[in-house]
Design a protein around this ligand. Sequence first.
Ligand SMILES: NC(=O)c1ccc[n+]([C@@H]2O[C@H](COP(=O)([O-])OP(=O)(O)OC[C@H]3O[C@@H](n4cnc5c(N)ncnc54)[C@H](OP(=O)(O)O)[C@@H]3O)[C@@H](O)[C@H]2O)c1
Length: 283
Amino acid sequence: MNERICLITGATSGIGKSTAFGLAESGYSVILLGRNEQKCKQVSEHIKKKTGNEKVKYYVADISLIKDVKKISGRIKNDFNRLDFLINNAGARFLNHQLTDEGIEITLATNHLGHFILTNELLPLLQNSDDPRIINISSGVHYGGKGVIKNITDPAAYDGRKQYSDSKLANVLFTYELAERLKENNVKTFVVDPGGVATNFSRNNGLKFWLKHLVYYLLKRQLISPKKASRTIIYLATSDEVKNLTAKFYYEMKEKKSADISYDKSLQKSLWEMSEELIRKIN
Ligand SMILES: NC(=O)c1ccc[n+]([C@@H]2O[C@H](COP(=O)([O-])OP(=O)(O)OC[C@H]3O[C@@H](n4cnc5c(N)ncnc54)[C@H](OP(=O)(O)O)[C@@H]3O)[C@@H](O)[C@H]2O)c1
């Protein structure tokens, strides 16, 4: 029996769902976080039935909403006293400009800010583990990121491609800053480029853009299954080989150098401060 407990965001589809399945198959306690109650129920029932692991639970929250994330974190802290790994995976690309009800540009809110809050809120649980690990899911497009992601409120200033790249760079900057801030606490942090994966990613932008995304990787012969993409994440969460590492970027099971800009300590710090400032304004 494996008593380790993991939480995965965006566990109702694609890479997150496959990762949850793989961890449940190995006997871990799995907490799914999703925004759609029906999907969460279906996925958790499916995982339980196929793996025979009954330790699968779900919580419903929209990761793009600060108040939702804080509320759900409170419930998780009430129900659990320890978390061994946190996998920050939920993410999306938005072709058109949108603001959340809290006034945050939706790419920033979904891909970075929600996970920034979730991670900070759940740190007390992670610190109760003897080998806590946080794994953030970034992308190869972070290499095109230009700096600290901005809360773009003017639709005319919005470029969906650029904002997505900056959000994925934010995942890397956050991973490194988190490692720095947690170096006394034994919490290890990793960030993963999953590659080009055949999932529902970009489907929110319509069939044409979803197919464009798939065909791009297909033509490069780089399109992989969610199961294959989940291997690196599961490896980083569970392997003893990486037990003593932190602040590392991984692609296809191997450590790799992330974008030069991601090692800029002043940007790492600025992203953290900007995130805190946005949260203060919402409260
Ligand atoms: N697919 C690729 O080629 C690729 C490449 C590089 C990086 N990535 C990264 O991989 C991660 C997973 O993406 P995927 O490819 O597995 O895509 P996916 O199949 O679309 O899954 C995305 C997951 O995130 C959830 N999600 C999105 N917005 C949310 C919100 N506001 N609140 C809560 N959950 C939300 C989705 O929930 P619903 O099921 O309710 O929609 C779904 O479970 C993302 O961070 C993405 O940036 C993907």
